[in-house]
Design a protein around this ligand. Structure first.
Ligand code: UD2
Length: 282
């Protein structure tokens, strides 16, 4: 009862599945994972004006994200008073973690690695089996369920899944710790969705934090900040499961033949209006 897919690649050269609609049976997946009573931590940062994206993120997550699982949202924000009260299903709850603001969006995006690392050490590591680290300027539109669980999970960036690795925006300057030499690379992974066992995501965030700090000490910032370091980490620490761009789309992109369902998508945003400083978007 699985249709199979012939127009997309569904397995990596190291035999990790690439999850697309038609490659899994949700009933079988749910019957395996739901009885395990897993605890799922979900981190989301809403710093500065990005707090405005939280309501849609949380409301749509309650409809589509890990439904019937215990989900603990950790909201990192400098605007506690603006966090919306959203009705959560039984077994799901929210913790607010205060973080400082910043006048550089690059710093807010990058410092997530350090803050997630610390939150895992202080709290999440004792509470959760799996963790998802997600961007807030997003909405869920379709099922995101237990088919996404694995030891180390990354998502193919929707902007680059049709391209070959010489076109990926990896960091190409050898001076940066995120450097990936020409001719190397598997996929270009988006920084908006990282997941896995808590201990594996802890290792990843600690590594990226250390590399970001080493670059900063050498006055260099990788092309796409923590996303560049993430891509380097995943080149040498292969993900055990990869999510297709169904799990990370962008509202400004037209749907195409390969993507049969958009499950999670970055909303269109006015960069000049929401960011404390502006840089051309990808
Ligand atoms: C891409 C990545 C993003 C990150 C960034 C790195 C995708 C689809 N997105 O998105 O994950 O790797 O590039 O440069 O892969 N944030 C705030 N307040 C701010 C700015 C950012 O809370 O003022 C948080 C928020 O959770 C946001 C995230 O950081 O979702 C990423 O920032 P972005 O969405 O502005 O980055 P963007 O669109 O370039």
């Amino acid at each position: 009862n699985i249709s199979g897919r012939t127009n997309v690649v569904t397995v990596t050269p190291w035999l990790a599945p690439i999850v697309w609609e038609g490659t899994f049976n949700p009933l079988i997946v749910d019957s395996i994972y739901k009885p395990m009573h897993l605890s799922i931590a979900t981190t989301v940062f809403a710093v500065g004006k990005y707090v405005r994206f939280l309501r849609d993120f949380l409301e749509t997550a309650e409809k589509h994200f890990m439904v019937d699982f215990k989900v603990h949202y950790y909201i990192f924000t400098d605007r506690r008073e603006d966090v919306p009260a959203v009705v959560l299903a039984p077994g799901r709850n929210v913790t607010i973690i205060p973080v400082p603001g910043s006048n550089r969006w690059q710093e807010i995006s990058s410092r997530r690695m350090e803050m997630i690392q610390t939150a895992i050490e202080n709290q999440i590591g004792k509470e959760a089996d799996y963790i998802f680290c997600l961007d807030v300027d997003t909405k869920f539109h379709g099922r995101w369920g237990a088919e996404t669980l694995s030891r180390l999970v990354a998502t193919i960036h929707p902007g680059y899944y049709e391209q070959t690795h010489e076109h990926y925006p990896y960091e190409r300057r050898p001076a940066s710790r995120a450097y990936i030499p020409a001719g190397e690379g598997d996929y270009y992974y988006g920084g908006a969705t990282i997941a896995g066992y808590v201990r594996d995501v802890h290792k990843l965030t600690k590594y990226c934090r250390e590399q970001l700090e080493a670059d900063a000490a050498n006055s260099i910032e990788a092309a796409w900040q923590e996303e560049s370091h993430l891509n380097r980490y995943l080149l040498y620490n292969k993900p055990t499961k990869i999510l297709s761009p169904e799990y990370l789309w962008q509202d400004f992109k037209a749907k195409n033949n390969e993507v049969q369902i958009i499950r999670f998508s970055q909303v269109n945003k006015n960069y000049a209006e929401v960011r404390p400083n502006v840089k051309k978007r990808k």
